[in-house]
Ligand binder design. Sequence first.
Ligand code: ZN
Ligand code: ZN
Length: 181
Amino acid sequence: MDVFYGTMQVPIIGIGEVPIETIRRLEGMLNTEFSKIKIYAKGNVAFPEDTFNDFRDQYVADRLMDEFHKDGIQILLTEEDIYSKGKNYVFGESEYMGPALVSTHRLDPQFYGEEKDEGLLFRRLKKEALHEFGHCFGMDHCENPECVMQYSGSVKAVDEKSSMFCDECQVEISTKGLPLK
Ligand SMILES: [Zn+2]
Ligand SMILES: [Zn+2]
């Protein structure tokens, strides 16, 4: 397993038209977590060609991962709906030493016909971004129902877990050279 030393710079890139305030707010939330990683808002890029499935009206997460794979660890943020093979939708997707992709689409209470609640939306976004980011560094799913590395297949499950890594995952993260603040 690779261990990281020094400070690593990780960009947050909006795909499509993500408001810069949203990107910056995520940047602020993630920078409170790690002491050897500097996360910075880089701005937006357009969706690459052939990443949209007209029939499903969703973007294909696996295709997006392929497109951004070569740029290594980065956080990709979109407001559009995404799915991956075999699933109706995903909140995010990630790859070891590669991108962490997160969609706010189904984390937004308004998607479920509920009232606008930015606080709730961003609490959910922080959890899912940390979760996918954890996978980038080799963290696996955790059985602890409180832990941010627990798999969440629904917003209810996202709401039930905390935005923290459990004690065991905290130890594991530091062995990978990524001390938490
Ligand atoms: Zn996961
Ligand atoms: Zn854990």
